[in-house]
Design a binder for this molecule. Structure first.
Ligand SMILES: [Zn+2]
Length: 385
């Protein structure tokens, strides 16, 4: 395959790729409110040569190219987190400013850059007439940030996309991510007895009851064992709350929220058991959302090898193949469904969810080239599926 031709075509397309991403950044798309963004995305897919484009029952936009044997799914999410405190932004979060090769704004990196590059990967593939025995689906999914994979779950269960391989176009600095930690959120509530703050001995302060547990959780974090390849799980108290508390009453309730990151050896049951042990009696443990499983593909897995081969062919250097401390839709695709998954995308992880979120256009273009090339390389390796 002519890498030079691809490079030329990619650079010819740079302007429209940039415009597309800037358009998307200008459209706010909080989780559950991706409609307008979906319409814009669908329009671009239709314009760029996808053979079939549709919006499914939950709002995911799906485009298809080819109808070969090996089914490959590129997933990028359309929703973003909120902008946080506007004062922390030097750039207008919805201004889509473009300066010296960088685009700024909410979603510029997480994950509208992935949406833009995945769609343009398809466009380049079609324009170059790269064909192989594969079907490529590009899915721009909803509700990744809020509901942790509801969009992709719908895609696989209801739309019956049923891919053999999944590439998550999430900001990975163009590194190949072959696994990541899992995640689960907990709430622990403690009851007390209310009294006037002037006579605290008449009540039972729920915060005081909670305090020793908070310290135990901090100690638990340092005790968690490190298991290769993902290393040490973590636990952190991320919020403390007293409902309807008056500032001059002894609180009769206290709740803490925990963020627990897991490695591949830690199960939902095990993690709950560990918490119940340190809680002793008293206190109520609730799981928030669900348990997002940790997962890992071996370095030698053919999908990882195909990604590395694509990267080397295009950029003439070895890729970094890493594991992540973050969580993604991979917890569903690989963690739950066992579909080989890799994360690869434009944009740096540190800009995700941050003020002055940004992405380098150079990475957008390189990611699009990667997405255009990878399906052919996978199909060659997996021709007999
Ligand atoms: Zn993301």
């Amino acid at each position: 395959m002519g890498t030079e031709r691809l490079r030329r075509l990619a650079s010819d397309n740079q302007k429209s790729l940039v415009n597309f991403l800037r358009d998307m950044v200008r459209i706010p798309s909080l989780s559950g409110r991706e409609n307008k963004m979906a319409i814009r995305v669908k329009k671009e897919m239709e314009k760029t040569g996808f053979e079939e484009v549709f919006i499914d029952g939950i709002g995911n936009v799906i485009g298809r190219i080819g109808s070969g044997k090996v089914r490959i799914l590129y997933d990028a999410h359309m929703d973003t987190v909120d902008i946080g405190d506007r004062k922390n932004w030097k750039h207008n979060p919805f201004g889509a400013e473009y300066r010296r090769g960088t685009i700024y704004g909410r979603g510029a990196c997480d994950d509208k850059a992935g949406v833009a590059s995945a769609i343009y990967g398809g466009k380049l593939m079609v324009a170059l007439g790269i064909r192989g025995d594969y079907t490529l689906y590009v899915a721009c999914s909803v509700q990744e940030e809020s509901a942790g994979g509801k969009g992709i779950e719908y895609l696989i269960k209801k739309d019956r996309i049923n891919p053999h391989f999944v590439i998550l176009a999430e900001p990975s600095s163009l590194n190949i991510i072959r696994g990541h930690k899992g995640r689960v959120g907990f709430k622990i509530s403690m009851k007390g007895k209310s009294a006037h703050a002037g006579t605290p001995w008449k009540g039972k302060n729920a915060i005081y009851r909670m305090a020793p547990l908070i310290q135990k959780i901090e100690r638990l974090n340092s005790r968690l064992s490190s298991i290769p390849p993902l290393g040490k799980g973590t636990i952190a108290v991320t919020k403390i709350d007293c409902e309807k508390a008056s500032l001059n009453a002894i609180p009769d309730n206290c709740a803490i929220y925990l963020d627990r990151r897991t490695n591949t050896k830690e199960s939902e049951q095990g993690v709950k058991r560990e918490l119940r042990t340190i809680m002793g009696r008293g206190g109520k443990l609730e799981i928030l959302q669900k348990f997002f499983t940790a997962w890992e593909l071996p370095r030698k897995h053919p999908l990882v090898v195909s990604c590395a081969e694509t990267y080397k062919a295009l950029f003439r250097r070895n890729p970094k193949i890493l594991l992540w401390p973050f969580c993604s839709n991979g917890s569903y695709t690989m963690g739950e469904k066992g579909i080989p998954t890799v994360v690869f995308g434009p944009g740096e992880e540190r800009f995700a969810h941050s003020a002055d979120e940004q992405v380098k256009v150079e990475q957008l273009v390189q990611a699009a080239m990667f997405y255009a090339t990878l399906p052919g390389i996978i199909a060659k390796r997996y021709g007999k599926i």
